[in-house]
Write a protein that binds this ligand. Structure first.
Ligand code: EPU
Length: 429
């Protein structure tokens, strides 16, 4: 949703003052897929810990448009999924949400057809959907590529299980075909599957409700197709957002006096914790929390190479770059997943960072450099959050515009940061 809110941050000018506890909310990239999975159910689905973010509202609108009944009580959602009215994913809403593409799998498998536009979402690279079209065809669908939309029709009205290979491990690709496989005829194998914890959590829930999915969390997932699932007596509890947790831990590493990030599983963030430890950040890792107690006086520069899970998450690359502006020496960032996710560095340079973009995948950052507050525009969700972090450690005032991007993925970011001592206000201009 476009809106005109902006965030105004009075920076700490390098002082380590943030203290207290920040609880992590449910994961955007888990909740969105669990909502989409509602289409696999004959009756209803109960979901809890769904974050209150714009992307969830968009996904709910898409489901309602398809005929799903949605009742909400705070972070608890009840989907009524017995009647699906049509098989056309609303183009207007999809234009704002990459995750809308995952609806295509269960919808095509359930109704034998689906129409959808090229999905939108954050502009962080080309973001093609060739894997989807190619693998649906392998499952027996004919694919028509019209001017405005793709139309897929399952041969004989039913998708057939198939042996699928992904050239690159794809998160939404794995989720889409895992869901399609649940209602397809026979066995579907996904090779070079993505192993992200959000996928495992979705697959485990579907298994609880009658699906037969094996190999979750490994590069080969095998699904035995069957009937529509039943959600009676079952609850999907959204796993905590490891990317949000990681963003707050980086904030603690930059400006924490004694900051504890709580209510998430630190074992899912080993790549980040390992890097921060190497740099000299002092942390106490608990069962469901990380407490940042300080850092050595001169933090060490790092090499960060993004990688599919369990490697360093691309979604933490921009927040981590802010950290690297404060380490001593030359850091190197290699963004291997997307080819448009380094442009935000130009804005960090305006704030005082010394960055050099080598090509669309690689950059150097020299540090440490003090940052100064500026007026900035969020280009996407994670870079927007990186600007918030930069504003917090900078001297003076930072105004972040286009925060509808940040609201897509972080619930009430201003209120939650204010609670641990950040001087931040949301203003409607
Ligand atoms: N790719 C193709 N063809 C396809 C699909 C993907 O070439 O048909 C390529 C992509 O261009 C990329 C690579 O495969 O180079 C992997 O991309 P992936 O498909 O895994 O990305 P995604 O599923 O579109 C999800 C998250 C992203 C997150 C990435 C990587 C959702 C809704 N989005 O995107 O989250 O960055 O996985 O972990 O789950 C975010 O939350 O800010 C965000 C962008």
């Amino acid at each position: 949703m476009e809106h005109n809110d902006k965030l105004v941050i009075e920076g700490l000018a390098g002082r380590r003052e943030l203290a207290g506890r920040i609880p992590v909310k449910g994961a955007k990239n888990a909740a969105l897929k669990a909502l989409a999975a509602g289409l696999l159910f004959r009756d209803s689905v109960h979901l809890t810990k769904v974050p209150e973010i714009d992307d969830v509202s968009r996904m709910v609108e898409l489901l309602e448009d398809l005929g799903v009944g949605v009742e909400r009580d705070g972070d608890v959602y009840q989907l009524q999924t017995d009647k699906i009215k049509h098989s056309s994913i609303c183009p207007k809403i999809s234009a704002h949400l990459r995750a809308s593409v995952v609806l295509a799998g269960p919808l095509l498998a359930r109704t034998g057809r689906v129409t959808f536009p090229h999905p939108g979402g954050c502009v962080i690279g080309k973001r093609p959907i060739d894997f989807f079209l190619e693998n649906f065809a392998k499952m027996g669908a004919t694919v028509k590529n019209g001017d405005a939309a793709y139309e897929l029709i399952a041969g004989g009205g039913k998708l057939k299980g198939a042996d699928l290979f992904f050239r690159l491990a794809s998160v939404t690709g794995t989720e889409t075909f895992m869901m399609a496989g649940v209602l397809a005829e026979g066995e579907t194998i996904i090779r070079n599957a993505a192993m992200e914890p959000e996928i495992v959590s979705l697959g485990e829930f579907l298994n609880q409700c009658g699906a037969q999915i094996a190999g979750l969390g490994t590069p080969t997932i095998t699904i035995q197709g069957g009937e529509l699932l039943t959600g009676a007596g079952q609850t999907y509890e959204t796993i905590a957002d490891r990317i949000e947790a990681g963003s707050f831990i980086i904030l603690g590493a930059l400006a924490g006096r004694d900051l504890t990030v709580t209510d998430f599983d630190p074992s899912l963030l080993e790549s980040l914790l390992h890097s921060l430890r190497l740099a000299g950040v002092q942390m106490e890792v608990g069962v469901d929390s990380v407490r940042i107690v300080g850092a050595q006086p001169a933090l060490t520069a790092l090499e960060i190479k993004t990688h599919e899970y369990p490697g360093f998450p691309t979604d933490l690359q921009a927040p981590m770059a802010v950290f690297l502006t404060q380490t001593v020496g030359q850091s190197y960032i290699f963004e291997t997943i997307f080819e448009g996710r380094l442009n935000y560095l130009e804005t960090l340079e305006r704030m005082g960072a010394k960055a050099r973009i080598i090509d669309v995948h690689r950059a150097f950052i020299d540090g440490p450099t003090p940052l100064a507050g500026k007026e900035v525009e969020s280009p996407d969700l994670r870079a927007g959050l990186a600007y918030v972090l930069a504003g917090i450690i900078a001297s003076g005032r930072t105004v972040v515009h286009n925060i509808h991007y940040i609201d897509r993925g972080y619930e009430s970011i201003d209120q939650r940061l204010a609670k641990v001592g950040v001087n931040i206000k949301r203003i409607n201009r």
